[in-house]
Structures are given as C-alpha cells and as structure tokens.
Write a new protein. Structure first.
Length: 170
C-alpha cells in the first residue's frame, strides 16, 4: 500500500506554498511559518501591531485598515466560486521574505526558488502590485492609500508574531 505522494519540500531549508491547505501542510512540518497576504491581511496585521494593538484584525473587502473587524475567515484572494485565486502580490511578498532566507541551511526549495525568480524579474515591485488585479481592484474601490501602505519596502519596525491567537511584536 502506497503512503501517497510526498507533498513536502523536504531537504530544503525554506519552502513556499499557497492557500490554507499549503499552510496546513507546511505548519505540520515547519518550525516557523510565515503567512503573506499583502493586500490586505499582512499589511493590516503589521499596521495594527505597529500601533500597539493587542490583536491585529483580518481584512475584509470594503473596510479600511483602521476599521477591520476580527473575523479571520476570509484570507486570500478568491474566484467568484470561492476557490483560492493565487495572487501576484502575495507571490512577490513571499518572495521578498524568501530573498532574506536564501542563505538558510538547505537552501530554497524549488517552489521557493521559482517564487524568488519571479521577484527578480520585476524591475518595480510597487508598480507591479499597484497594477496587478488585486491592486487595481482595491484602488478602483477607493483604497489607494491602503495599497500604498502595502507596497512600502523595508519600512516596518515590527514583526508580528501570532501566539495563542494574539498578534504581538516578535
């Protein structure tokens, strides 16, 4: 009886995957898991923790960064049928994290290296995020300021850490 396919990226020091199922699998085998949802969850968490709030709040369409509610059931971009829509801004954001980890023992998995290669091919990451589907969607809905906060590179003084359901400064 076969144990099924090996869906891990074993042998590498840093991995990359998509969606809740990917996060669940990586969370099962990784000591540290970094979740990236650039527009808007990661940005919302960083803003909230940077301002000293006890918990950072999940993103919902039509709600500004300062006015989030604490419903965390809608992470990621979605197709009209509700399935995950992998988003350019999330791949670029994750690749920015992977770039900092590229010297890790074991190196990057193939999946992570491909994400990093995409980042290397984009000459102006903030412009790419503004111009991608999700960026244009938020800008057109009146949230250009939220997008501008999200595209800032190397400006945060905090690393949000989730412990027992509460985001705090790492």
């Amino acid at each position: 009886m076969s144990a099924g396919p090996d869906l891990t990226q074993s042998g590498s020091g840093a991995w990359f995957d998509w969606g809740l199922a990917g996060a669940a699998e990586l969370g099962r085998v990784c000591a540290v898991l970094v979740v990236v949802d650039v527009l808007s969850f990661t940005t919302t968490v960083e803003v909230a923790v940077g301002r000293g709030r006890r918990r950072a709040l999940a993103a919902e369409p039509g709600v500004r960064l300062d006015d989030r509610t604490d419903r965390g059931d809608r992470g990621g971009e979605r197709w009209p049928d509700g399935s995950l829509r992998p988003a350019v801004e999330d791949q670029l954001g994750a690749a920015s994290v992977l770039d900092a980890l590229s010297g890790v023992t074991g190196g990057l998995s193939v999946d992570a290296a491909v994400a990093l290669a995409a980042l290397a091919s984009i000459p102006d990451v903030p412009a790419a995020i503004r111009g991608c589907v999700s960026g244009r969607e938020l800008i057109d809905a009146g949230f250009a300021e939220d997008v501008e906060i999200a595209v800032r590179l190397d400006t945060s003084a905090v690393v949000p850490l989730l412990r027992q359901g509460v985001f705090t400064r790492a």
